[in-house]
Design a protein around this ligand. Sequence first.
Ligand code: ATP
Length: 301
Amino acid sequence: LTQLFRPLDMLGMVYRTIRQGLIDMAAMFQLIDTEVEVRDVPGAPALVIARPTVVFDDVVFGYEPDRTILQGLSFEVPAGQQVALVGPSGAGKSTIARLLFRFYDPWSGRILIDGQDIRAVTQASLRASLGIVPQDSVLFNDTIGYNIAYGRDGASQADVEAAARGAALMDLIERLPQGFDTPVGERGLKLSGGEKQRVAIARTLVKNPPILLLDEATSALDSRTEQDILTTLHAVAEGRTSLTIAHRLSTIADADTILVLNEGRLAEQGNHAALLRKRGLYADMWARQAEAMDEAGVAAE
Ligand code: ATP
């Protein structure tokens, strides 16, 4: 059975990690190829995390030899802090996530988790330490309970219930005639985008990883649902080390540190207030988003 689920598990991981979704099959297969290329060094130890810090140390990387995407990127996500990553489209935000999951290795520089180079430890232990809540979550054609328990082998019913509570899913589950045993997915109950994302959050809570990678939704959800989900996400991230890829600046204004990425370089970093005072790229992006929201507001009236 494990044999059967391993490819599925990998597919799930690949799917959750790349954000283009199923449409981008080419990219998906490229990731699978890459995964075969990135190998554990013989006798590699497991990653051991006492303090979940993430460090990018002068990372240079590109997908193709003649095009460098990350141009010597250095930053730190201190243990227990919430760090947000913003920047124009194509700046390299998702690339950072893919490198952290070690779907690719940097050309030069290092990525360290609690002082250990992620190239030196097993990929299984690395990925077990990282939780990802993607924008678009995939559900298996199985029960809602299975979809949550999938976060970790051997999760108990008590773990699943606690996770469902943490992801604010209990109201929904209590309304379902078969509760946790209700089939969901294509062949079962169709959940809304927001509900699916809550299942993904619950799955991550079951996994209970020390480091979280959050990929905030761009436009899949209405703003009320999005606000509710963000509240849940922020509660989940509290006390953990988290890196959030943000598309809307308003959602990350309370992050401990905001990293502003531009053309594969760290253009600015600081908290929201400090970056606004700087009147640089972040302040420009903030002003532009505020303007766009005003226009949308006027159009809606
Ligand atoms: P967005 O906000 O639009 O999602 P991003 O900041 O996440 O953008 P990345 O997806 O990291 O940007 O992409 C950075 C650059 O790398 C882009 O120019 C993109 O075209 C390129 N790129 C991404 N994936 C691949 C790939 N598999 N092969 C070749 N180039 C790629």
